[in-house]
Design a protein around this ligand. Sequence first.
Ligand code: HEC
Length: 158
Amino acid sequence: MKTVFQRRLARHHSARRGHVTRMPSWGPPAFLALLLAAATTAAATASSTRTGQEPAALRGDATVGEQLYEDYTCYGCHGHTGETGRGPRLNPPRLRQGQFIAYLRNPPNPRRMPPYRQADVSDQKLADIYAFIESLPSASPNAEDIPVLRGLLEETPR
Ligand code: HEC
């Protein structure tokens, strides 16, 4: 039995389905973009090796990130507040900014969590998305903190 909210969300999704077009395609332009991304990464690595420092964390803009979170359809699998959906909770953030960006570039299960490559979305944009996720209040308490659910959890053999 779906709740009104789930039905509305499903409708919202199907309305936007045509919008999920930011996956990489393997035409020559994509290949060139990849080469470029590799070259950029190599240059960045070279410069951080030169200074002997970790690249500084990017300053993310949560307001820009909120729009990007919609544009790149993160909400489709992680919910509008990063707490629901078939993907894992993103709120509160488990990864630090650098780990977050690295994860999105190269997720371990690309068939479940699509990779977002440099050619499709810049580090700065991912930093903005990260800032948005960090800015979200955590609305839903853990199941253990809701007495009725705690009761259920205690009754359920695990
Ligand atoms: C098609 C569904 C889908 C979309 C779209 C999607 N994700 Fe995911 N994401 C997943 C799934 C599923 C996992 C868990 C993958 C696994 O367990 O290997 C995941 C994992 C993650 C993780 C790791 C979480 C952790 O705690 O390990 C982060 C961070 C993340 N996604 C962020 C994003 C962001 C940001 C976007 C948008 C730019 C996005 N995802 C878009 C499905 C999606």
